[in-house]
Design a protein around this ligand. Structure first.
Ligand code: AMP
Ligand code: ZN
Ligand code: FE
Ligand code: FE
Length: 291
C-alpha cells in the first residue's frame, strides 16, 4: 500500500491536469493520493471525479503559503522571515477563514508576480501576456509559471535552472509575497474541521529552514503532523526531526511533492504509513474519496 499525500496539478504549479492525477498515481503504484495544490481547491472536483475509475483513494488537501518570523542568528541563511508551507487536509473549503485565505493569496500572488515580471522585462524578452500562457486560467500564479515563460523565450533550459539562478530568493528579480502567519493558518485548518501538517520543515537548500524552537511554536497551535521523509529535508537532519515529532506527539509523513514535469520528484518516491493515514482520515469535515 503506497500512500503519497502531497502532490500538485496544473490547478496550481504542477503540469498535469487534476483529472489525470489519479491515473498517474495508479501507474506509479500509488494507492492513496493526496492532491495539495498551492492556495486553491480548484482541482478537487476533477481529481475526485477521476479517482474511482483509476482505483485510487483521494485525500483532498491544499498547501497553504504562510510565513514565520525567526531569529536570524539561528537561521542558516540569516533570514528573519521564513516562507513556510503548511498542508491542510479534509477541511471545509467554504469555511470563511479558508475562503478569505484563498482570495487574499490569489491577490498577493498576482501583485507579486507582476512586480517580478516588471523587473525581468527590463533585461529579458518577457511580458505579462507571455507568462499568462503558462498557467491555467485562475491558477494561483507563482515563480514556476514565470520560469516556464522564461524557458519558452529561450532564456533558460528548464524550471529548475531558473530557480537556481534568475528567480532564486537572493536574485535581484525576486520579490517575496505577502502571506499569513503559520500559526494562524494552522488554527484556520483546525477550525474548518481539517488537519494541518507542516511541509518540508528543513528545506535548507531553498532557505525554508525552521529551527526546532519554531517547529515547537507551530506545533503548539494545533499541528497534527510533520513531513519527515521529503526530498527537501536533508537525510542527515531527519533522525532528529523524527525525534522531535515523537516528543511533540506529531504524526510523521513522507511524500513526493510531485509537480509533473516541473520538478524531478516522482510520485511515491516518499510515502506515509498506513497507521498515520488512518489517523489522518478520521474525524474531519470531509471524508476521503474511496473507489
Ligand atoms: P513561489 O511560491 O512562487 O515562490 O515558488 C516556489 C514554488 O515553486 C514551490 O512551491 C515549489 O514547489 C515550486 N516549484 C515548482 N517547480 C520547481 C522547481 N523545478 N524548482 C524549485 N521549485 C519549484
Ligand atoms: Zn509548487
Ligand atoms: Fe511546498
Ligand atoms: Fe508542494
Amino acid at each position: 500500500m503506497v500512500i503519497d499525500l502531497h502532490t500538485h496539478s496544473n490547478a496550481s504549479d504542477g503540469t498535469d491536469d487534476p483529472a489525470a492525477m489519479p491515473r498517474l498515481a495508479r501507474a506509479a503504484g500509488v494507492d492513496i493520493l493526496g492532491l495539495t495544490d498551492h492556495d486553491t481547491v480548484a482541482g478537487w472536483a476533477a481529481a475526485g471525479g477521476a479517482a474511482p475509475a483509476a482505483g485510487v483513494t483521494l485525500v483532498r488537501g491544499m498547501e497553504f503559503t504562510t510565513h514565520f518570523p525567526v531569529d536570524p542568528r539561528r537561521h542558516p541563511a540569516g533570514k528573519s522571515r521564513v516562507s513556510v508551507h503548511l498542508l491542510g487536509y479534509l477541511f471545509n473549503p467554504a469555511h470563511p477563514a479558508i475562503v478569505t485565505h484563498i482570495a487574499s493569496m490569489s491577490h498577493a500572488r498576482e501583485e507579486r508576480a507582476r512586480e517580478i515580471v516588471d523587473r525581468l522585462a527590463r533585461d529579458f524578452p518577457i511580458t505579462w501576456k507571455i507568462v499568462q500562457a503558462h498557467r491555467e486560467p485562475d491558477a494561483p500564479i507563482g515563480r514556476p509559471h514565470i520560469a516556464d515563460a522564461l524557458v519558452s523565450v529561450g532564456v533558460a533550459a528548464n524550471r529548475s535552472a531558473v530557480f537556481r539562478d534568475i528567480l532564486s530568493s537572493d536574485s535581484p528579480y525576486y520579490v517575496p509575497m505577502r502571506s499569513p502567519h503559520t500559526t494562524d493558518a494552522v488554527r484556520w485548518i483546525v477550525a474548518a474541521g481539517g488537519k494541518a501538517v507542516l511541509a518540508h520543515p528543513k528545506a535548507l537548500a531553498r532557505g525554508n529552514f525552521l529551527d526546532d524552537a519554531a517547529i515547537r511554536e507551530i506545533a503548539a497551535a494545533g499541528l497534527f503532523g510533520i513531513e519527515v521523509n521529503h526530498r527537501d529535508n536533508p537525510p542527515e537532519l531527519r533522525p532528529a526531526l523524527a525525534d522531535l515529532a515523537r516528543e511533540l506527539d506529531l504524526a510523521q509523513f513522507g511524500a513526493s511533492d510531485y509537480h509533473g514535469d516541473g520538478k524531478p520528484n516522482r510520485m511515491g518516491e516518499n510515502y506515509t504509513s498506513r497507521a498515520v493515514y488512518e489517523q489522518l482520515r478520521a474525524d474531519n469535515y470531509l471524508p476521503v474519496i474511496v473507489p
